[in-house]
Design a protein around this ligand. Structure first.
Ligand SMILES: NC(=O)c1ccc[n+]([C@@H]2O[C@H](COP(=O)([O-])OP(=O)(O)OC[C@H]3O[C@@H](n4cnc5c(N)ncnc54)[C@H](O)[C@@H]3O)[C@@H](O)[C@H]2O)c1
Length: 294
């Protein structure tokens, strides 16, 4: 696809990463958040990330040139000129329903509206609009600049055309689209991860092993690039808790952890790598340090 105008809604961990990979692919991006501090952090984070990628020769342009394609904005009016809208705001259903209703009013009817939701059915977001055929899931994995896959999710009323455009859009970002042809809770990848993580948390909560050993085991024994506790530290324990709450309310018991370990750590402020502590502790440069003994 040629250069597109993209509106990214939400400039947190995921929104910033999504804006970055879109800009790296040549798109013009408006990055929107209600919190000015989030926008500042996002612009800074993109610069740091691209400096690292440039030092490794992984991007072909100067970070400044790529960043110049991203405009931080505080409202969604640029939806009126957008070829794509990618929503990555907080995982709260009422908020997303409101955002989709508003985006549906603002964006031209041929502009696809995608959500990065981890757990809320795409069909429900579609039902908040007058054009559910243009609503789909584009479920990125974090950290977005480093992860090679995106689930493309078809809601009950998503048109085939919009679904295929989603697949092409993701390919043009240099990512592998995993096709999710039916809108089921947790889509595909989070369902598989949930099964592993549910067991991992139980084993640690029951004192059978430690996050450190279990993560090492999954890396060395099963070839995972990062163990499940490292994955959740990267994703953010607060985001994990929001997803868990939604799935619990939706009665998706198979996808839930059986212990309140994550919730307790989140309450202690151990929200993951972004705050320097989660299951693991991190140096100010974000390097994982060996875990404290309890
Ligand atoms: N963290 C992950 O690894 C991960 C992976 C895949 C999908 N997701 C999904 O991506 C979404 C964002 O997650 P995150 O980890 O980036 O969360 P985050 O907390 O880092 O960022 C969310 C951002 O949304 C902003 N926001 C709140 N209300 C808003 C509004 N009305 N308009 C615009 N922005 C608003 C917040 O200010 C915040 O900056 C969630 O739906 C989450 O489930 C997260």
């Amino acid at each position: 696809m040629d250069m597109a105008r993209v509106l990214v809604v939400g400039a947190g961990f995921m929104g910033a990463g999504i804006a970055q990979v879109c800009a790296q692919a040549g798109h013009r991006v408006s990055l929107m958040d209600v919190k000015p501090a989030a926008l500042e952090r996002a612009m800074e984070g993109m610069r740091t990330s691209m400096d690292k990628l440039a030092a490794k020769g992984l991007i072909g342009e100067e970070p400044e040139t790529v960043l110049a394609r991203v405009t931080p904005v505080s409202d969604m009016h640029s939806a009126a000129q957008a070829d794509w809208v990618l929503e990555a705001a907080l995982e709260l259903e009422p908020l997303k329903l409101e955002l989709f209703a508003e985006l549906d009013r603002l964006a031209p009817v041929e502009t696809p509206l995608a959500s990065n939701t981890s757990s809320i059915p795409i069909s429900r977001l579609g039902a908040a609009t007058s054009h559910p055929q243009r609503v789909l899931g584009l479920h990125f994995f974090g950290p977005v600049p480093l992860m090679g896959l995106v689930e493309v999710v078809k809601g009950e009323r998503t048109s085939n055309e919009v679904f295929e455009r989603g697949v092409e859009f993701i390919r043009a970002l240099g990512k592998h689209p995993v096709r999710v042809e039916r809108d089921i809770p947790g889509f595909v990848m989070n369902r598989v991860f949930a099964a592993a993580f549910r067991e991992a948390v139980s084993l640690v909560a029951d004192g059978v092993t430690t996050p450190e050993d279990l993560d090492a085991g999954m890396r060395l024994g099963y070839g995972w690039a990062a163990g499940p506790f490292q994955v959740v530290d990267n994703a953010g324990l607060d985001t994990f808790v929001l997803i868990d709450r939604f799935l619990r309310a939706a009665g998706e018991d198979d996808l839930l952890v059986r212990s309140d370990l994550v919730e307790r750590l989140a309450q202690e402020g151990r929200l993951g790598r972004k705050v320097g502590k989660g299951f693991y502790d991190y140096t100010p440069e974000g390097k994982q340090v060996p875990r404290r003994k309890e």
